[in-house]
Design a protein around this ligand. Structure first.
Ligand SMILES: N[C@@H](CCC(=O)N[C@@H](CS)C(=O)NCC(=O)O)C(=O)O
Length: 216
């Protein structure tokens, strides 16, 4: 069966990046349907493919999965060789908690530092809440790298769902020059140098659509 992933603008759609990165990184073939967001016809086009009216959404034959984390969970089960979660029960519980924390949190950081591949990297004044988000994300990455990564370059050693979940934030750390110290910078650099990630950001920079609210 063939996979179709519906995504938004590569420049802005952080939720879309997560499953796209997982698929690309693992070399899984899929058709990409890109629907630029917040245009007159965007909602109708997305609703035709995603019950929530939001991207990303994945179609696999008769199966439709929406929500970035649900798609990643689905892909990890559908392609078990990709080993989306750590094998150890305790590590897996931690990884799941961190993915959920990312999925449900960091609102201030998300709002004030929207993903924007085209934005020339530069610092920005942040609220106290956003600074706390930066500190917490930095702590997560530092602790993962120290405790769970071993010799591997990703948060739990090899690339997994947690890395896909945090990849858009790694891009924000770069774009907004967010400082979490050397270990955090090393992780950010590793994420950005990943070939699939580089392919996404290059494509995002080529896009011409603009969404004023996301361009601050
Ligand atoms: N929890 C969802 C959130 C998806 C979401 O908010 N997607 C945004 C784009 S990044 C969207 O589709 N916005 C268009 C709209 O709401 O009309 C997920 O993880 O996939």
């Amino acid at each position: 069966m063939s996979l179709t992933l519906v995504i938004g603008n590569k420049n802005y759609s952080s939720w879309s990046l997560r499953p796209w990165l997982y698929l690309k990184h693992h070399g899984i073939a899929f058709e990409e349907v890109r629907i630029p967001l917040y245009r007159e016809d965007s909602k109708a086009k997305i609703l035709a493919r995603s019950p929530s009216g939001k991207v990303p959404a994945l179609r696999d034959g008769d199966i439709v999965v929406w929500d970035s984390l649900a798609i990643l969970e689905y892909l990890a089960e559908r392609f078990p060789a990709t080993r989306g979660w750590p094998e150890d029960l305790g590590d897996r519980a931690t990884a799941r908690s961190l993915a959920a924390e990312m999925h449900a949190g960091f609102q201030a950081l998300r709002n004030e530092c929207g993903m924007n591949c085209r934005r020339p990297p530069a610092a920005k004044d942040l609220s106290e809440a956003a600074r706390k988000d930066v500190a917490r994300v930095s702590q997560i990455w530092r602790e993962c790298r120290e405790r769970y990564a071993g010799e591997g370059p990703w948060l739990f050693g090899r690339f997994g769902i947690v890395d896909a979940m945090y990849a858009p934030v790694a891009l924000r750390f770069h774009t907004y020059r967010l400082d979490g110290g050397p270990a955090v910078q090393a992780y950010v650099d590793h994420v950005l140098a990943n070939p699939a990630m580089a392919e996404w950001t290059a494509a995002g920079r080529q896009e011409s659509e603009t969404i004023a609210a996301f361009d601050e």
